[in-house]
Write a protein that binds this ligand. Structure first.
Ligand code: HEM
Length: 209
């Protein structure tokens, strides 16, 4: 490598490990399939006084939607497990998502709402991002466990009881889905506002500031 090449490569830093990038995109696909097929399942026996427009659901009918839901469930659970175990064991969560202080979250959320949230150093998540990512991860775990409670309410009766029984587990499952969908919409809005972050989740690299 000559001096000029060395100079250029020195400007780039690795900010997202490969395993996080793969897990992120597999998760995005699994969540899309789970949510849209879940909406079709919901329509077959709505918990609340509304239905989800058929055009945004997957599976066509209850049987088809259940097949999509069960297929993507293994992808979501296995991929999520890899991501969470890696995140804890490697220190990735500690480095990227910790600490989160109330003051910093308030400051960053207010700044984001005013369109004034600076995100110069892409290797560091701001407090609003950290909170959103931790909330997405927790809601994802709740989704998987409440889903298991609905799927096997007899075999996993302790889990189902923990969720407040079968009907309770349905409400918990729906609420966790709503939290994930709202956070993902906010997440996508932030990516659109700071498009420089998008390629970093593909290549893993960002230019040093
Ligand atoms: C097409 C859809 C999506 C796009 C374009 C997208 C984009 C991104 C980008 C660019 C980052 C890095 C942000 C930065 O460096 O500042 C990121 C991180 C992240 N995204 Fe997404 N995302 C999508 C879907 C999702 C979904 C569906 C979830 C979860 C349900 C999710 C959860 C996360 C999490 C947890 C991180 C932090 C990863 C880590 O560092 O461990 N994303 N996303």
């Amino acid at each position: 490598m000559n001096a000029a090449q060395q100079d250029r490569s020195a400007e780039w830093v690795q900010i997202h490990p490969l395993i996080v990038r793969i897990a992120h995109w597999v998760n995005a696909l699994a969540v899309l399939v789970m949510v849209t097929s879940g909406w079709r399942i919901y329509n077959a026996s709505p918990l609340f006084d509304f239905r989800i427009p058929g055009a945004v659901t997957l599976g066509g009918w209850l049987g088809g939607a259940l097949q999509w839901h069960f297929a993507a469930m293994w992808l979501l659970a296995a991929n999520g497990l890899v991501y969470v175990v890696y995140g804890i064991a490697s220190g990735h969560f500690r480095r990227k998502l910790y600490p989160i202080t109330f003051g910093a979250v308030l400051h960053d959320v207010l700044a984001a709402l005013r369109g004034k949230l600076a995100h110069h150093d892409l290797s560091v998540y701001n407090a609003a991002q950290r909170t959103a990512y931790v909330a997405i991860i927790v809601a994802g775990v709740v989704l998987v466990f409440s889903g298991l409670a609905i799927w096997k309410p007899v075999q996993l009766q302790e889990l189902t009881a923990l969720c407040g029984g079968y009907e309770g587990a349905r409400v918990v499952h729906f609420a966790a889905m709503a939290v994930v969908v709202l956070l993902v919409l906010a997440h996508l809005a932030m990516v659109i506002l700071v498009p420089r972050t998008f390629p970093t989740m593909i290549t893993g690299r960002a230019r040093r500031v």
